[in-house]
Design a protein around this ligand. Structure first.
Ligand SMILES: CC(=O)N[C@H]1[C@@H](OP(=O)(O)OP(=O)(O)OC[C@H]2O[C@@H](n3ccc(=O)[nH]c3=O)[C@H](O)[C@@H]2O)O[C@H](CO)[C@@H](O)[C@@H]1O[C@H](C)C(=O)N[C@@H](C)C(=O)N[C@H](CCC(=O)O)C(=O)O
Ligand SMILES: Nc1ncnc2c1ncn2[C@@H]1O[C@H](COP(=O)(O)OP(=O)(O)OP(=O)(O)O)[C@@H](O)[C@H]1O
Length: 496
């Protein structure tokens, strides 16, 4: 593609060279630069992409896009823009022929419930025979092929490529999780969203956003990018705030809730561990729904999906079947071992709110004790302290016994992280133990458990690796529990 087309609608100045250059590929990492590529220099959190321009040129880049004044001697084209992250989103959209204009793009944001809601939406759309791609924490799904993403919401250039792949695969719809990082770091800039869905807002990622207000503003940005419908949880305090923020927009606002009467709301809710049934009231009438997951959180998540399907004009029978067909979601209150009323459950809860919700959801179905195995995934320095303390408080309040262990310590000292969580628990109760190694922590929890207990292994959910230092170490909680239980059964058999 000619550079002139690649930079269409971009705000830039030509530092040197001209626009009559053929661009064969685009890179934001010098290691990915190829012959006749355009390299975009991003000022990162760790390093500065402007320091890798020479490397990119050595690898064949012939166009460089910068946001800083940089001396470049090579005989190439250099463009300067106010913000290279924003420029990358527009350049990506241009290079891949604006794929989001060719399908119905639905974005979902909020602290918790995004992944689960996307799975309900996907199932409903498929039931209605509408093709749909998915982008989120579990990966990208196109025609049921799953590929992993580095981030929940990929970098803008990668995202535009995924959108283009979806258009090529003839997906008419795309449901994607939009993280607050993505909104702040312009990963979804220049994408045309038809619908935006808001779930809830509770403390998380404050190392990037500093305050809840900043965090809210980041999430709210999604609703500046939507054209047709905004779907908002009316029971959520920040949802109410969002509704006020967007009330003047032309986009139609559809609310959902349980405690607040909203456009889409649930009544007659009946809970059991295996499933929840309720009646949904909509402006066009009511119908019954069955969700195969326990607790109020999955009523919310299915309501968000129902509101989305309602806006898309999907028939009631397809909505009902679509929700019912979701048998369970990997790593979301997933029972990985069961013997009578004894259960071992894996859940992706990794914030104070989700941990509280997971523990309170399990409580009514636990005859004995709830034993919680958890760590905290947050920067191991001062920035992660409040998360460690508040998750410690939740554990002390809602679990009967906590085994404090490592989550993804990354480059931080896991012992310090565990000590800080434990200090917070210790202010309330002495019912906890520290076990550094996560596998040993799981085994310890099983060893101290009794009939009727529930063990909740929280934090990693569907993940199959632990990040220690810079290494990703395979770590599969389901396999660890299965192997350990098999071994125990054999040992007991031999002892008889
Ligand atoms: C804080 C954050 O979001 N960081 C993202 C950011 O990294 P960064 O700005 O620190 O990049 P950097 O390492 O300083 O490098 C700067 C630039 O130099 C380039 N470079 C670097 C080295 C080199 O040799 N050559 C070169 O050109 C890099 O490619 C980059 O363009 O840009 C990178 C490239 O796009 C992202 O991969 C990276 O996500 C990291 C891995 C991350 O952990 N992000 C998390 C916090 C995140 O985004 N999470 C959200 C929310 C998840 C949730 O729902 O909870 C998500 O959407 O995943
Ligand atoms: N509506 C909800 N409100 C509060 N907590 C929830 C809700 N739905 C799910 N959870 C809890 O949050 C955890 C993560 O859920 P899910 O993966 O759906 O959220 P997410 O928003 O995609 O999270 P992430 O962005 O971190 O991937 C679940 O394992 C569960 O413990």
């Amino acid at each position: 593609m000619l550079l002139e087309s690649v930079v269409r609608d971009l705000d830039f100045t030509i530092v040197k060279g001209n626009l009559d250059v053929k661009v064969e590929s685009i890179a934001y990492d010098s290691r990915e630069a190829k012959n006749n590529s355009l390299f975009i220099a991003i000022s990162g959190f760790v390093v500065d992409g402007h320091d890798f321009i020479t490397k990119a040129i050595q690898k064949g880049s012939t166009v460089i896009v910068v946001e800083k004044d940089i001396q470049i001697d090579s005989d190439i084209t250099v463009l300067k823009v106010p913000d290279t992250r924003d420029a990358m989103a527009l350049i990506g959209a241009n290079f891949y022929h604006n794929p989001t204009k060719d399908f119905n793009l639905i974005g979902i944001t909020g602290t918790n419930g995004k992944t689960s809601t996307t799975y309900f939406i996907k199932s409903i759309f498929e039931q209605a025979k509408r093709s749909i791609g998915l982008i989120g924490t579990i990966g990208t799904v196109i025609n049921n092929n799953v590929t992993k993403n580095k981030n929940t919401t990929p970098e803008s250039l990668d995202l535009q490529k995924i959108f283009a792949d979806m258009v090529e695969a003839k997906s008419d719809n795309c449901i994607m999780e939009v993280s607050s990082h993505a909104l702040s770091l312009k990963r979804v800039a220049h994408s045309s969203f038809n619908m935006g869905i808001y779930t809830n807002l509770t403390p998380d990622h404050l190392e990037l956003h500093n305050t809840m207000e900043e965090y809210f503003e980041a999430k709210a940005m999604l609703f500046d990018l939507t054209s047709d419908y905004n779907i908002v949880n009316a029971d959520d305090e920040y949802g109410q705030k969002l509704m006020k923020r967007i009330e003047k927009y032309d986009t139609e606002l559809i609310t959902y809730g349980i405690d607040t009467k909203a456009e889409i709301y649930a009544t007659n809710i009946n809970y059991s561990f295996e499933h929840t049934t309720f009646t949904v009231q909509t402006p066009k009438g009511k119908f019954d729904v069955k969700v195969n997951l326990p607790g109020k959180i999955y009523v919310y998540n299915s309501l968000a999906a129902i509101a989305c399907a309602y806006c898309a004009g999907i028939e009631v029978k397809d909505i009902q079947a679509g929700i019912r067909n979701v048998e369970g979601i990997k790593g979301r209150l997933e029972v990985i071992y069961k013997e009578d009323d004894y259960r071992i459950v894996v859940d992706f809860a990794h914030t104070e709110d989700s941990l509280e919700k997971a523990l309170t959801t399990l409580r009514p179905y636990t005859k004995g004790k709830i034993i919680l195995v958890f760590g905290v995934y947050a920067p191991g320095d001062k920035r992660g302290l409040s998360k460690r303390r508040s998750m410690g408080k939740v554990a002390a309040k809602y679990a009967d016994f906590s085994v404090v262990t490592s989550d993804n310590p990354k480059e931080y000292d896991p012992n310090l992280i565990i000590d800080e969580i434990s200090e917070s628990i210790d202010e309330e109760t002495s019912s906890y133990n520290k076990v550094l190694d996560r596998e040993e922590a799981i085994k310890f929890a099983i060893d101290i458990s009794e009939k009727g207990d529930t063990i909740l292994i929280a934090g990693k959910g569907h993940e199959t690796a632990q990040i220690i230092g810079k290494e990703e170490i395979p770590f599969n909680e389901t396999e660890i529990v299965e192997d350990f239980m098999n071994q125990r059964a054999k040992t007991r058999e031999r002892a008889r």
